[in-house]
Unconditional design. Structure first.
Length: 352
């Protein structure tokens, strides 16, 4: 993984240098170089953090990335500013230094479980890891494109001011996705372990618990943004309050994603990553065909409805395949998921 991402960074750097992209982008080669230097570090962080989580050491897998990286970056930025260096190069250098500092920290923490004779994996295992990684990476790239393409459509069709409104609404609406990210990160290795041990009941419980953990905070943020979204947007400027309708729709689609989004983690962690890839392609196709039309008809609110439909196609659509592929019920939108969640809540209340 580290070698592959490092090779990609080198190839991209060579393309930037020989095609003189720096002149087109208005960014110097040193700035590109210091930014690309962080890519292998990001790959190493993801790999090492996953190892800690798979061993149940959740805090050790989280704090170097979540706490150490921003602290080191802020220290370097402050030091550069004190020295009168406020260019983009030093901003990128701060993040690169922070990333590699976290990577080294992960390595030091991992020496306890990496000590001893390492067994070289079999050739078929290496091929399986490579194929799975490429599929998940390609699927993730499509997901990123699906997230950013609507903003491009808004900018091209309506103009830059509308794009600024959409971006502000998207940034605030995405707050509800933090629970989905946290739950998915924590539960993914557990899902994989339960699947490897053929523990169907545990797999179902993990899906239900993580789905509700992601769903409830997103729902509360959504309900809060219905009356208060305009006030939050006005913090960016009075004109941004015009994006309130778009913000409510975006927060609503985050609720749908939170309630059903852990399905994609479940498929990825059980050897069904090709299903996630197909539904990510379906989401992208929906956006490509519907976002330009709805943007023309209803502005940025129309764009958000196109994204909402694409999320339903992806996340809800994958949920229908859970019973047939894995013998599981969806975590939130099923009688099993609702009954187990409410049963646990009732037991907690009675225990008090």
């Amino acid at each position: 993984m580290l070698a592959a991402v490092g090779a990609i960074a080198v190839i991209v750097g060579l393309l930037i240098f020989f095609l003189d992209i720096s002149q087109i982008a208005g960014v110097s080669n040193p700035q590109f170089g210091i930014g690309l230097a962080a890519l292998p570090g990001y790959a190493l962080i993801a790999l090492m953090a996953g190892q800690f989580r798979a061993r149940g050491r959740i805090r050790a897998g989280q704090w170097p990335d979540s706490i150490l990286v921003p602290i080191v970056a802020m220290v370097v930025i402050q030091a550069a500013q004190t020295a009168g260096q406020t260019s983009l190069f030093w901003l990128l250098a701060a993040h690169t230094a922070a990333v590699w500092c976290a990577a080294v920290t992960y390595w030091l923490l991992s020496r306890s479980h990496l000590s001893g004779q390492l067994v070289r994996p079999a050739a078929d295992e290496v091929r399986n890891i490579r194929q799975t990684s490429l599929t998940i990476a390609f699927s993730g790239g499509i997901s990123v494109l699906s997230n950013r393409l609507p903003l491009i459509f808004v900018s091209a069709i309506i103009g830059t001011p509308a794009a600024a409104l959409y971006e502000a609404a998207q940034r605030i609406g995405a707050l509800g996705s933090l629970g989905t990210w946290a739950a998915g990160t924590a539960v993914s290795p557990m899902l994989s372990d339960a699947h490897a041990r053929n523990q169907k009941s545990r797999l179902q419980d993990l899906l239900i618990a993580s789905s509700w953990i992601a769903f409830l905070p997103a729902l509360m943020i959504f309900l809060g943004l219905i009356p208060g979204g305009g006030l939050v947007l006005s913090l960016f400027g009075a004109d941004y309050a015009a994006a309130h309708g778009a913000l409510v729709v975006l927060a609503g689609l985050i609720v749908i994603n939170a309630s059903a989004g852990l399905t994609s983690h479940t498929f990825n962690m059980t050897g069904h990553e090709a299903i996630v890839l197909r539904f990510n392609l379906a989401q992208l196709t929906t956006i490509v065909f519907m976002a330009p039309l709805l943007t023309h008809l209803a502005g940025i609110t129309g764009t958000t409805f196109a994204v909402l439909i694409s999320v339903i196609v992806r996340d809800v659509g994958m949920g229908f395949l859970l019973p047939g592929k894995l013998g599981l019920a969806p975590g939130v939108w099923s009688r099993v998921g609702a009954a187990r969640a409410f049963g646990l809540a009732w037991a907690k209340m009675k225990g008090r």
